[in-house]
Write a protein of this length. Sequence first.
Length: 450
Amino acid sequence: MNNLTPRQTVAELDKYIVGQHDAKKAVAVSLRNRWRRLQLPDKMQEEVTPKNIIMIGATGVGKTEVARRLAKLTNSPFVKVEASKFTEVGYVGRDVESMIRDLTEIAIVLVHNEKKESLSDKVAERTEERLLDLLLPPKPKTEPAQAGYAIEQKSEDDSPTREKFRKMLRDGKLDDREVELTVDEAGPQIEVLSNMGLEEMGINIGDAMKNIFPGRKKAKKVKIKDARAIVEQQEAGKLVDMEEVRSIALKRVQEQGIIFIDEIDKICQSAESRRGGDVSREGVQRDLLPIVEGSTVLTKYGMVKTDHILFIAAGAFSVAKPSDLLPELQGRFPIRVELDNLTQNDFIRILTEPENAITKQYAALLSQDDVFLSFTEDGIEAIAAMAFEMNQTVENIGARRLHTLMEKVLEEVSFDAPECARGEIKIDKAYVYTRLEKIVQDKQMRTYIL
């Protein structure tokens, strides 16, 4: 786990997210507290629990992005779930424990990829040797001569030939050469068992089926360029210790896991809904409570304790309020942060400042067709003004409105780019209004298109 200070964490988040300083500050402190906890004696570590966060704000203001960037910054297992998709135990649908199983699966992949990367040189070396073995015929067995002496026939596998093939392989000259490769053929898929919910109980259906119906080996002919990826996977599977991967992944889930629970306001119950007898939402909250408080969940990789997983909940809370959550659940989310609605000036900054700004993304994409976009200051301001107006008059979807507008502004350029004359295209105010004028003037049309 890295030991960034809260100020450093906020600075990193600022590279990708405009504004929302309070939310960045809250997650930065939570991240630092994780590092602080691990410096404590073991006995004290068990007593210190994460301070979970509720983010309150309209859609598109950056709630999910703050959590996702935090996880990426720390290389932590991260999963986003929607509270409204869960059902109370006993009903058909996903139960809340599935978020822990999903998080564990992500951690397994994360750690496996790290191990594979650390062994990349060895995997590449073994892959090359395997491909050479496939390309060159094996050495023939020695045959006894008439006089009783063994004579070893000359083989294509002799060192000079192998080195010649090695150079050709590295230069890509053998990519279209076909070789015969042995791969695993999956056993029969029995989907009915999956539908019975055994996966939700943490039982590994795949492993069970392999034991009952072991996979067969199958020889297939593939080109070298395709065989390389298959062989790399096979060699990595031999070198990576999956037991070690499992152990590290489980620990990382428990110590560094981040779960982002979106739309938590959708499972709140106001006084009116309680009178209406809607118990399902309160049931989901009650099922969620032990997970957030700290419990042990069975996964196919082992038991996972949720005591130190960081939970970040989010919702618009336009109808319900955080106080409509169960009191016990409210107590498990002691930090509450309200995110600001985005202004026109924020949209201008979003279009220009972040390292992943969509203007930079479109410019990079179209440059692949030798079309070079340049956005003028008044062009950026025009897009931002329209996005802000649309959010005010149609529906407020935050920064996502910028993606909708940019697609319409650049639709023709993107379509014609491969065949049009190469060069620079200036996106200024006039260009923006030319592309959007009819839509903006027709209120009914802009409701559906923008």
